[in-house]
Design a protein around this ligand. Structure first.
Ligand SMILES: [Cu+2]
Length: 340
């Protein structure tokens, strides 16, 4: 052991730690599957941080264990320890290394953020003229959901679609060639549900359906408090804020069903504010659109459920009792007996 120079040991340890760290960084298995074009950008950043964290852990814990063994109390040694105090080069070294790592990761994460369009708020507010996103303000007046759910959005929209509005976009894959998205969906967060509206097709659903491989733009708004739209498999998250329009763009890469989670503590039942995003192959998505267009075209009266709380017991039970062969008189009796 004494014959091997310490610098050589350090070199070997450095190489081994580097190899282990790189392996751990690629094989940690902590992330869910990647299902969007944006996911690899986030994962590469996360993996880089895992590599650095593993290396730091091994160096710090390794030094601790190695020094415990190397400088342990030998048998018969009753002398005091050496009075070592301060080492400026060493302190400068262990301050500089973390500083460089933190600055490097900061620059890298901003680069990822920019690549996803996070640093370009307002850019395509002007470009939106004539694109599907301007349809947001043009939802039919008579459509029951639109009027109730998006009053703030309608206000901020104004009359001209050319004006630059505060508009926070995220996830737009190509900021240099801003083009309208293939599919625009209006997403409304409310306590405690997500509502998805397809403005072009007059469809409103409780779960998001999108085609695979297409550029999807979500226009987010909130009805009551701040919510946050998150799909872990897409690695994308965007706040839904009352009075402010936000946007999330993504390209889903894998057909499947993924969870939509609200990540802003928005009230008592926040934990239940979950939905799904279903990524379809294109033909299947077209079929889904067709089926739901048919439903949307039904008269409003027949599709909207009545609220049983507004009905008397007789009104509520009458259709059922007829089907079961119970005379209506019996119901009247029940009603009176209940009231007295
Ligand atoms: Cu919420």
């Amino acid at each position: 052991m004494k014959q091997i120079p310490i610098s050589l040991l350090t070199l070997v340890a450095g190489v081994v730690i580097t190899l282990i760290s790189i392996w751990v960084g690629q094989n940690h298995g902590l992330l869910p599957e990647q299902a969007s074009e944006q996911a690899p950008l986030v994962d590469n950043l996360f993996n880089t941080m895992m590599i650095i964290a593993t290396a730091l852990f091994l160096v710090v814990e390794g030094a601790l264990v190695a020094f415990m063994i190397m400088f342990r109390k030998r048998e018969g040694d009753e002398t005091d320890g050496e009075p070592i105090e301060g080492n400026l080069p060493l302190e400068a070294f262990w301050t500089a290394i973390p500083a460089i790592i933190v600055i490097g990761l900061g620059v890298y994460s901003v680069a990822v953020f920019q690549e996803m369009g996070g640093l370009n708020p307002g850019d395509h507010a002007v470009m939106a003229h004539g694109s599907p996103s301007t349809l947001v303000a043009q939802m039919p007046e008579g459509e029951p959901i639109a009027g109730d759910v998006m009053p703030l959005m309608a206000e901020s929209e104004g009359t001209s679609s050319d004006e630059v509005r505060p508009y926070y976009g995220f996830g737009s894959p190509d900021q240099d060639q801003i083009k309208p998205a293939d599919l625009v969906v209006n997403v409304t967060g409310m306590q405690y549900a997500w509502l998805f509206n397809y403005p072009g097709d007059n469809i409103t659903t409780g779960e998001l359906h999108v085609p695979v491989g297409r550029d999807v733009q979500l226009n987010l708004s909130a009805q009551d408090v701040i919510h946050s739209f998150w799909v872990p498999q897409f690695r994308l998250k965007q706040d839904a804020i009352p009075g402010l329009k936000t946007e999330l763009r993504f390209v889903a890469t894998k057909p499947g069903t993924y969870p939509v989670v609200c990540t802003e503590l928005c009230g008592a039942y926040h934990g239940g504010m979950r939905s799904q995003v279903v990524v379809h192959p294109q033909e299947e998505f077209d079929q889904w659109l067709d089926e739901n267009r048919v439903v949307a075209e039904q008269p409003v009266d027949s599709t909207v459920a009545t609220n049983p709380a507004d009905m008397s017991a007789i009104e509520f039970l009458a259709p059922v009792s007829q089907a079961m062969g119970i005379p209506t008189d019996a119901l009247t009796h029940l009603h009176v007996a209940h009231d007295s």
